[in-house]
Design a protein around this ligand. Structure first.
Ligand SMILES: Cc1cc2nc3c(=O)[nH]c(=O)nc-3n(C[C@H](O)[C@H](O)[C@H](O)COP(=O)(O)OP(=O)(O)OC[C@H]3O[C@@H](n4cnc5c(N)ncnc54)[C@H](O)[C@@H]3O)c2cc1C
Ligand SMILES: *[C@@H]1O[C@H](CO)[C@@H](O)[C@H](O)[C@H]1NC(C)=O
Ligand SMILES: *[C@@H]1O[C@H](CO)[C@@H](O)[C@H](O)[C@H]1NC(C)=O
Ligand SMILES: *[C@@H]1O[C@H](CO)[C@@H](O)[C@H](O)[C@H]1NC(C)=O
Length: 597
């Protein structure tokens, strides 16, 4: 079998799933499509029902006197989204915006990499198609947010309550441990913990080098741990399900699907008063907001919409004849975790290829958070490790389809599958490089132009090379020696033979075998574009609440932080409209414990 056969099988499954999705088997779970009239008015309009937008809209609608409209370009998540084991099939389907970044060295940006920038175009956004890792980052990471915002309201102690409020941890082991105080049990977002025996066994090998922690969300931020997942009762915890489906009975929460917002409308005082939309691909409809417009369209589409509406860098907007309302560095500071990957083959017959359990991640996973500098309390890199049984096509699939790597690299992974392998995705947690999102034209139908800036700062490639080498110290552990572990040579062009010891090899490796972690962020950053209350500077009644607001990346996957940010955004908005509900309503949570289908 070669990589093209693996890809053909992927596409075949996607085609079959597309047929299934025509049956709309999940439609009964989600709120109905709102019927809106031209010029209809709401209290709040939320643009985008993604990880953040669905939470903001739902929380605002807790107040019965607020009439809330959330507008989403996509529709209901299909079965393959709600079923955790099927996430690999969601990229490049009708549920993906199919955005890509600019070519390396293109006329518009020198440092970039041609990545598929998979992004959800579906209720729940990224939370409907991401890889389900539940991670928060280290407390120290949030100091950068507080510094950028000039407000300790964005530091860890002030954000932790929002993580707790949104979470419902389903791990008896952790809940009986001292880590329990860092977890919520009554929130909407169910979290389960990896429990497969292979993961526990492999953790022990890493335990020869690192601390093994029951939980990384406690007092310590360095070490190896079993992975937590955004999965509960066998269902992906997409905000489409946890927030919109759960509240579909609220008459003051309206969900407008298959509708693209093309412009934010302002009055003569530069207050946002509504949006222009295209409903169902052809009907142009204007919708009005009495109180505010909240943009939660994600870190690629939020800056695009702001710039189309006259909020952005003056020179850029003027070059497209867009009238400037507020001259701000929108689209600057694009930030993403850059990753490289390694594979180690082992003589390990105890790892069995069992039938896939649809209710969980297809492969057992555990994760390490490691500092390269002694004395540092927060990690420089994250290593997500998947234990892959013999003959599994998963790594080659992941390589060729999800990450769009060179076929020859993926072929090496496929050949390595004659043995058990450990596939590790190594992420640089605090990149110094920044990219930029800008407009291709003033036409809202054009995708945004994304320069990733990957390795624009030379320290980044060097740090990632060190991280990969550091990670592979595991080859020298007693357990990995016992299993005859050896590095799989990915046969990277121009890098020479894989050598776990030479820095020279790893500098080349990280440039040839690299990808995005899909953690686009920072393009409407707190401090620069937004004030500490998430208000867009220089205009009125307009906020941004999504990954664009993050001034710096936290040291981990960002879905849970986006949700915490959205929770805080909803509270800020309620406060600013003098309508804070005194207590969080825990009674509403019980209803989604019932099985789904
Ligand atoms: C493939 C992939 C894997 C990932 N894996 C993980 C993981 O394992 N763990 C983790 O923590 N994080 C992961 N992430 C990251 C995380 O899911 C995202 O950072 C997060 O979902 C971003 O949330 P958001 O609210 O900022 O944007 P989104 O969730 O992208 O929401 C934006 C929404 O706005 C809609 N929209 C955009 N423009 C318009 C418009 N003009 N009009 C109407 N609607 C519009 C979009 O369709 C979308 O639904 C992953 C992301 C991807 C893409
Ligand atoms: C993305 O690309 C796939 C495959 O080419 C296509 O089927 C799908 O409709 C595209 N998505 C959108 C939103 O256009
Ligand atoms: C901007 O307007 C000027 C004057 O009308 C025109 O010459 C130019 O082509 C326009 N530029 C763009 C990008 O549309
Ligand atoms: C490791 O390799 C040696 C030599 O080929 C072999 O005898 C041994 O059985 C291998 N170990 C395992 C765990 O398979």
């Amino acid at each position: 079998m070669d990589v093209s056969a693996v890809l053909a099988a992927m596409h075949g499954t996607q085609a079959a799933l597309a047929v299934l999705s025509a049956l709309a088997l999940t439609a009964h779970l989600f709120p109905p499509h709102a019927q809106v009239a031209d010029n209809e008015e709401f209290d709040f309009i939320v643009v985008g029902a993604g990880s953040a937008g669905a939470v903001v809209a739902e929380r605002l609608s807790e107040l019965p006197h607020y009439n809330v409209l959330v507008i989403e370009a996509g529709g209901d998540p299909p079965i393959e989204s709600l079923t955790p084991s099927l996430y690999t099939y969601l990229a490049r389907t009708a549920y993906d915006w199919n955005l890509t970044s600019e070519e390396e060295g293109s006329a518009h940006c020198a440092a970039s990499a041609h990545f598929p920038l998979t992004s959800g175009r579906v209720l729940g956004g990224g939370s409907s198609l991401n890889y389900l890792f539940y991670v928060r980052g280290a407390p120290a990471d949030y100091d950068a947010w507080a510094a950028a915002a000039g407000d300790r309201a964005w530091a860890w102690p002030a954000l932790l309550p929002y993580f707790l409020r949104s979470e419902s941890l389903r791990s008896e082991t952790l809940l009986r441990s001292p880590a329990a105080r860092y977890h919520g049990t009554a929130g909407f977002h169910g979290v389960t913990r990896e429990a497969r025996p292979e993961a526990v066994r492999y953790l022990r090998a890493f335990g020869e080098l690192h601390d093994v922690l029951p939980d990384i969300n406690g007092d310590r931020s360095l070490g190896y741990t079993l992975q937590l997942y955004s999965i509960a009762d066998g269902v992906r915890q997409t905000t489409a399900y946890t927030n919109l489906a759960r509240c579909k009975g609220r008459t003051n929460l309206h969900v407008l699907k298959h509708t693209v917002v093309t412009e934010i409308l302002f009055d003569e005082l530069n207050n946002a008063v509504g949006v222009k939309t295209v409903v169902g691909g052809d009907r142009v409809v204007t919708l009005r907001a009495r109180r505010e417009v909240v943009v939660s369209a994600g870190a690629l589409n939020t800056p695009k919409l702001l710039m189309l509406s006259g909020v952005g860098p003056r020179d850029h907007l003027e070059s497209l004849n867009i009238t400037v309302r507020s001259d701000l560095p929108v689209g600057h500071n694009y930030n993403d975790h850059i990753v490289t990957f390694t594979s180690v083959e082992l003589d390990d017959d105890e790892v069995k290829d069992r039938p896939v359990d649809p209710a969980t991640q297809p492969l057992p996973a555990f994760t390490g958070y490691v500092a390269l500098h002694s004395g540092q309390t927060y990690p420089d890199y994250q290593a997500i490790n998947y234990i892959v049984p013999k003959r599994s096509p998963a790594p080659a699939q992941f390589c060729a389809f999800a990450l769009s790597q060179d076929p020859s690299i993926c072929q090496s992974l496929l050949e390595a599958s004659r043995k058990t392998t450990l596939l590790s995705v190594i992420a640089l947690l605090h990149p110094k490089s920044r990219g930029r999102v800008s407009l291709r034209s003033a036409d809202s139908a054009d995708p945004p132009r994304v320069c990733t800036g990957t390795f624009a700062h030379e320290d980044d490639a060097e740090t990632l090379a060190r991280a990969a080498q550091d990670h592979l110290r595991v080859l020298e552990t007693a357990e990995f020696r016992r299993l005859n572990a050896s590095l799989v040579d990915l046969r990277l062009r121009g890098c020479g033979a894989a050598d776990a010891r030479s820095r020279e090899y790893w500098r080349c490796h990280v440039r040839r075998a690299r990808s995005t972690m899909f953690h686009y962020s920072g393009t409407c950053a707190l401090g620069a574009v937004l004030d500490a209350r998430l208000r867009v500077r220089g205009v009125g009644r307009l906020r941004v609440a999504d990954a664009s607001a993050m001034p710096a990346l936290v040291g981990g996957n960002i879905n849970a932080p986006v949700i915490a940010l959205a929770e805080k955004a909803a509270d800020i908005i309620k406060e600013d409209h003098a309508a804070v509900s005194s207590a969080f309503d825990f009674s509403s949570i019980k209803m989604f414990a019932a099985p789904l289908y």
